[in-house]
Design a protein around this ligand. Sequence first.
Ligand code: IPD
Ligand code: CA
Ligand code: CA
Length: 257
Amino acid sequence: MQAFLTIAVRAARKAGDYVIRESDKIRSVQSKSQNDYVTNVDQAAESLIIDTISHSYPNHAFLGEESGKTGDGDYQWIIDPIDGTTNFIRKVPHWAISIACQYKGKTEVGVVYDPIREELFTAVKGRGAQFNGKRIRVSNTNGLEHALLATGFPFRNKQKLMEYMQVFSKLFPHCADMRRAGSAALDLAYVAAGRIDGFWEFGLNEWDTATGALLVKEAGGMVSDISGNPNYASSDSILAANPKAFKTMLQLINQKE
Ligand code: IPD
Ligand code: CA
Ligand code: CA
C-alpha cells in the first residue's frame, strides 16, 4: 500500500502545482446543475491525476468527479481534482485535491492536498494518518461545550433546507461555534488533525468523502451518517468527529423533540 500512497502523493502534488499555475487563467466555467460548477482547470487536473496513476497502474479503474467511471476491477481510484470549486472560481484560497484508492470497495489509501498552504494529509488503512509526514490524532474535546464544528450547506438542493436546519438547531446551541469553509475534503482532514472536533453535511458524493473518512478513522475518529449508520457512503449524510463529540452529536441529532 505504501507504493499506492507514493503515487497518490505524486499525482496530488502535480495536480496542485498545475491548478495553482492555472488559477489566474480559468477559461471556462460551466454549470453542471444548480450551483454546481466545473472549470477547464478541474477537468485538466483530473486528467493529469488519472494519467499519472495509470502510468504506474494501467489496469486500475477510476471514478473521477469530472470524467465519471472508467475501467473495471478490484482496484479503483476515487478522485476529486478540486474540492471547493466555488472557492477556487471566486479566488477564496480554500480548496484541495482528494485522491483515494479502494480495493474491493474499501478505501486503503488516501491523500488530501492543499497546495496553497502546502498541507498534505495522508492515510493508509491500519497504519494511521499523517500531516506533512507527522502522525495526527483527532481532538480530545469532551462533549460539545468547547467544540468547534464544521458543516456544509445544502446549496445544490435547497429542498433539504428544513431538514438541514433541524439538525443545525439541535447542534448549534451546544457547541462553541460552527464553520462553513467550502471544502468537505478539508473539513474531514481538519477533523483528523484535531483542528475541528466534528463535521456533518448532507448530499456529498464518494469523491468528496472517500479520503477524508479514512483520514478521520485512521486518526482515531468515528464516521457514520447522521443516524449513526456506519455505511455513510450509501446514505445521504455524513457525520465525522472525535469519539466523544461523535457520541454527543448523534445523541443530540437523534433526540426526539
Ligand atoms: C463541494 C465541497 C463543498 C461541499 C459540497 C461539495 P466541489 O465539492 O466539498 O464544501 O459543501 O457539497 O460538493 O463541488 O467543490 O468538488
Ligand atoms: Ca467535492
Ligand atoms: Ca470537485
